[in-house]
Design a binder for this molecule. Structure first.
Ligand code: ADP
Ligand code: MG
Length: 207
């Protein structure tokens, strides 16, 4: 039986990395054979593109950025995601196409209709079965990030950029409410986990 595809989304500092292991554990406890991955990246080629895309020293044209994201994604789908799902593994991915609509669409201003062309090209009808979007006001995400690590090329953007990214995510969530679950990530880690567990339980019941 084909596996399920789960993606995690949200601005930098929203809490994706914080919850990924917990979600993996939740699934593995139920006997799911899980493939963990991330975007951009997830393949040798994709990880090289990731390095370039996140490098603060690179000057990247907005369309070039979007095309590289989808190039890395196509490689990831071909080499990792689709074969895993076909083997019956579940795939849990830290970011996927919603991030491109949010960052390159909302953040950089590329029209969603243009990104949709690339989405169709690269994915056809393939979409995640469940997307957990960790929603948090930009200032909170910012404060969390500052406390933890050196900022990459995206993370160094202005607050206004992240406001547009957040708006991009929320628009995307409104356009596909059956797939994208908006999780209020201002809550405590425990309460966020309770919300995640609710969504996973629903997905599990359908599997
Ligand atoms: P992301 O992977 O989405 O960029 P992280 O999971 O790395 O975000 O979280 C960024 C920081 O915020 C981490 O230090 C993490 O411990 C903290 N954090 C995440 N979720 C919460 C939460 N619900 N409440 C308080 N702090 C949180
Ligand atoms: Mg992270």
């Amino acid at each position: 039986m084909r596996g399920r595809f789960i993606t995690l989304e949200g601005v930098d500092g929203a809490g994706k990395s914080t919850h990924v292991e917990w979600i993996a554990h939740w699934l593995c406890e139920r006997g799911v054979d899980l493939c963990l991955s991330r975007e951009p990246g997830g393949t040798p080629l994709g990880e090289k593109l990731r390095e370039l895309l996140l490098d603060p020293a690179q000057q990247v044209d907005a369309d070039a950025e979007a095309l590289l994201m989808f190039a890395a994604r196509k490689q990831h789908l071909a080499q990792v995601i689709v074969p895993a799902l076909e083997r019956g593994q579940w795939v849990l991915c830290d970011r996927f196409t919603d991030a491109t609509f949010a960052y390159q669409g909302g953040g950089r201003g590329i029209a969603a209709s243009r990104l949709a062309i690339l989405e169709q090209w690269v994915q056809g009808s393939l979409q995640p079965d469940l997307t957990l979007y960790f929603d948090v006001p930009v200032e909170i995400a910012r404060a969390r990030l500052m406390a933890t690590r050196a900022l990459d090329r995206f993370e160094q953007e202005q607050a206004s950029f992240f406001e547009r990214v957040r708006t991009g995510y929320l628009e995307r969530a409104r356009s596909d409410p059956a797939r994208i679950r908006v999780v209020d990530s201002t809550q405590s880690i425990e309460d966020v986990r309770a919300a995640i567990a609710g969504s996973l339980t629903q997905l599990w019941a359908r599997a």
